[in-house]
Design a protein around this ligand. Structure first.
Ligand code: KIV
Length: 255
């Protein structure tokens, strides 16, 4: 378990794989923490899995602050990382610093995740210099879905390697790689000193992250890269139906 950012980064040297999950509310963050997960990401995926929106673009800074504060209060051991919402990291560095500072000051999180490329090298360096630990995110960038056009595998080796090296040079403490071809993900993981955290990027990354609702069977459909570990959809549906039936038939409450 990692209690500090340096401890998180140091896990790579031990050879143990790093576990990360998303969470957005108190009861599930408590459970994720209790399960011994290294770090919880309060992802802007909350736009889809909590708010029912089509993508992550509408999520606001205030919403991220609201959910991250709740998760950070629930987590006793796991690191808590807040996502910088769209168009995070593309404001001036003063504007980005203001947003990251709000996330850190008002939520008690340990660091901020930013969707990046080599173009954010200076931005990341400025945030790190100010004391904001940055988890970079490369590969498929959901905040650029309108530009990408679709959620697809990223296979341009030289560009991905360039992005990974740039964010490491800038001082990121780790890098999430989303939908990166697994051979390229392996090469990057071997090349970098900071840990790589994969999602849809194969088994060779230094750690893995998944969206909690996907592993619990609560997101409607399990994406190809995820694994469903429980079917809460049918459990919750069954409980609600049983309650409705009890109420309709006068079996609840009992005398
Ligand atoms: O928003 C999110 O949950 C993420 C992860 C899927 C990496 O960015």
């Amino acid at each position: 378990m990692a209690r500090t950012i340096p401890e998180f980064t140091a896990i790579k040297k031990t050879g143990r794989k790093i576990s990360m999950l998303t969470a957005y509310d108190f009861p599930t963050a408590r459970l994720v923490d209790e399960a011994g997960i290294d770090a919880i990401l309060v992802g802007d995926s909350l736009g889809m899995v909590v708010q029912g929106k089509a993508n992550t673009l509408p999520v606001t800074l205030e919403e991220m602050i609201y959910h991250t504060e709740i998760v950070a209060r629930a987590s006793r051991n796991a690191l808590v990382i807040a996502d910088l919402p769209f168009p995070g990291g593309h404001d001036s560095w003063v504007g980005t610093l203001r947003d990251c500072t709000q996330l850190m000051k008002r939520t008690n999180c340990h660091g901020v995740k930013m969707e990046t490329s080599f173009q954010q090298e200076e931005m990341i360096a400025r945030m790190v210099e100010a004391g904001i630990p940055i988890l970079a995110h490369i590969g498929l960038l959901p905040q650029k879905i309108q530009t990408f056009g679709k959620y697809s595998m990223q296979r341009v080796r030289d560009e991905l390697m360039r992005d990974a090296l740039a964010v490491q040079k800038a001082g990121a403490f780790g890098v999430v790689m989303e939908c990166v071809d697994h051979e390229i993900a392996r090469e990057i993981s071997l090349e970098l000193e900071i840990p790589t955290i994969g999602i849809g990027s194969g088994p060779y990354c230094d750690g893995q992250i998944l969206v909690l609702q996907d592993i619990l069977g609560l997101s409607g459909r399990t994406p190809k890269h995820a694994k469903q570990y429980a079917n809460l959809h049918s459990l919750i549906l069954g409980a609600c139906e049983a309650y409705r039936k009890d109420v309709e038939e006068g079996n609840f409450p009992e005398k």
